[in-house]
Design a protein around this ligand. Structure first.
Ligand code: ADP
Ligand code: MG
Length: 575
């Protein structure tokens, strides 16, 4: 007797259900997608007990004829594709014909449907895969799917469900995910009889987001838009100042299908690189529209994973599209002839600093160099009195002064107030300088070698970055496994700075060149709390304007706060 048998259909469905129906939220996703595929203009979802007791989805879509309803709960029966070619260019959410039979095999399912133009529909009731009853039902055109006691016949899976609240939240997340991509449809979610979310038809993306994301975040969202040939990226992205500590607001859609994809996540992170602290995440909703042959949607039964034909292209497109809108240019050089710019607001305001066409004294890149500089002479004013603004027309800036020896305050040519963090700004300048000069840093040998004691982990880390340190001019020797002897340092660091830089590399676990350069830049930059002369302040602004990235310090903190009328109004509670 043959030992191989074809499994009965009921068991086939239950096995398939293992992948398609993980939890109530999967049912919400599959049923709402079916409603959207049926062209519904309005969809209501009802949950009880986090969806385990009930998920009911009611739509006003095309509906089904009685014979089709029996097929709808048959495995691999679908109205959405008929051939491999159809699959290659599939536009609908569904195409595998697996959701309804899978759900029906692990719940009590009641399917009611009425096609448009008829005044009577029919129903079909199934318990754990067995057909119980069917017959006519008086109802409006559309479809109603009622799923009760999900997974009750599979205790092993039931016990993996979380609390009712957690399951309800997951249902709600899937519901919102679909709502953000189907703006023309009216969608409402109820839980335990209460309306949780209502999205009205024809709202735009930002309107829908404002119902579910914090107000401040939504106010500062930036529009993303990039067209390139057959590819289009659009959506919204948070400004880096609104980053959050969790990564759950990074939502991606490929040809309107909600997907989870590592390439897209890393492309988004790439766009924010250097603009966020290491523990922060961006928030964005990104839609990628690409030719169907560029993406395979049939990777997993839940259809939330995709495979791109050209991952690199997708990566660069998304990171460029987002990166573009994050670049800010606070320091706009004015269009007007310099003579007419009078930012101080008075025609007779005295003019300090270099005039148009003149060059300003450059701020040295390193603090070490400051020490040998004689402070510029500003006449006989006592140093403590607030100095009048210094006008620097070639930069489109007026320098107003320093706040608490930490922040430099400027007014730019559009009349916005710029508050610059001096340490962060200098760190950025030094970091870029070091990066451009990596190969040409000289060593300075120390008269007295210095020692640092190491833990095992620190020693291992040090070994990883040893050759990079040497190429930067650190002359190091390891003694007795645990003792690091520092014999020479890059010539740009004083002994104290060099040792501090090494310590912070070990503390921050710097593993790459950027990490090392950040530690060096941090140590040798102007500290917060140091007073700066006006020319130093303008010199720093000038150097910063030449940096590739001038909005964020190498650690990812913002360098400049820019306050215009709107921001001030908000602070003064006028809005
Ligand atoms: P798929 O969506 O992959 O085709 P499903 O098992 O989800 O598979 O659904 C099977 C079929 O049932 C669909 O192809 C569709 O024809 C029909 N159907 C399901 N839900 C609805 C609905 N809400 N309105 C109209 N037809 C539906
Ligand atoms: Mg489906």
């Amino acid at each position: 007797m043959s030992s191989i048998r074809v499994l009965p259909p009921g068991l086939q469905n239950q096995i398939a259900a293992g992948e398609v129906v993980e939890r109530p939220s999967s049912v919400v996703k599959e049923l709402v997608e079916n409603s959207l595929d049926a062209g519904a203009g309005s969809v209501q979802v009802y949950l009880e007990q986090g969806g385990q007791a009930l998920v009911e989805v009611v739509d006003d879509g095309a509906g089904m004829l009685p014979d089709d309803m029996a097929l709808a709960v048959t495995r691999h029966a679908t109205s959405k594709i008929f051939s491999m070619q159809d699959l290659a260019s599939v536009q609908s959410f569904g195409f595998r014909g697996e959701a309804l039979p899978s759900i029906a095999s692990v719940s009590r399912l009641r399917l009611s449907s009425c096609v448009q133009g008829r005044d009577e529909g029919s129903f079909l009731e199934i318990l754990y895969g067995d057909h119980l009853e069917k017959g006519p039902e008086a109802m409006d055109p559309g479809t109603k799917v009622k799923v009760q006691n999900l997974l009750a016949n599979i205790p092993a899976r039931l016990k993996f469900l979380k609390t009712k609240n957690t399951e309800a939240r997951k249902c709600s997340e899937n519901f919102i995910r679909l709502a953000l991509a189907n703006l023309e449809v009216d969608l409402e979610l109820y839980s335990e009889g209460r309306s949780l979310h209502r999205f009205f038809a024809n709202e735009n993306l930002k309107e829908r987001l404002s119902r579910v994301w914090p107000e401040q975040l939504c106010r500062d969202l930036k529009d993303v838009e990039l067209d390139q040939g057959d590819f289009r990226v659009h959506g919204v992205a948070s400004s880096p100042e609104n980053a959050q500590a969790r990564g759950e607001r990074m939502l991606f859609y490929v040809n309107n299908r909600a997907v989870k994809d590592k390439t897209l996540i890393s492309a988004l992170k790439q766009a924010y690189k250097g603009r966020l602290l290491s523990r922060e995440y961006p928030q964005a909703v990104i839609f990628l529209e690409i030719p169907p042959e560029e993406v395979d949607v049939n990777v997993h039964p839940a259809k939330s994973e995709v495979r791109f034909r050209n991952e690199k292209h997708v990566f660069s497109l998304v990171s460029r599209a987002v990166g573009k809108v994050l670049d800010k240019n606070y320091f706009q050089v004015p269009e007007m002839p310099a003579e007419e710019v009078d930012v101080a607001g008075r025609a007779d305001s005295p003019r300090y600093g270099p005039g148009p066409g003149e060059t300003r004294p450059e701020m040295p890149v390193f603090r070490e160099d400051f020490r040998h500089e004689t402070a510029p002479d500003y006449g006989d004013r006592p140093p403590k009195k607030p100095a009048p603004p210094v006008h620097a027309p070639d930069m489109g800036l007026s320098y107003l002064g320093q706040v608490e020896n930490n922040y430099l305050v400027f007014l730019n040519s559009s009349g916005r107030l710029l508050v610059v963090d001096q340490h962060g700004a200098h760190e950025r300048v030094v970091f870029e300088y070091l990066k451009n000069r990596q190969g040409s840093v000289q060593s300075r040998m120390l008269a007295m070698p210095m020692q640092i004691e190491l833990h095992q982990a620190e020693k291992n880390l040090l070994e990883e970055i040893w050759s990079m340190l040497r190429s930067l001019g650190f002359v190091l020797e390891l003694h007795d496994e645990r003792l690091l002897q520092v014999k020479g340092l890059p010539d740009i660091l004083t002994s104290g700075e060099g040792i501090e830089a090494l310590r912070s590399m070990l503390e921050d676990k710097a593993r790459d060149m950027d990490g090392i350069l950040i530690a060096m830049a941090c140590r040798t930059s102007i500290k917060s709390g140091s007073s700066m002369t006006r020319d130093e302040a303008l010199g720093l602004a000038h150097k910063l304007m030449q940096c590739k990235e001038m909005n964020f310090c190498p650690h990812g903190r913002p360098i400049c706060m820019d306050l215009g009328g709107k921001e001030l109004e908000r602070l003064f509670k006028r809005r």
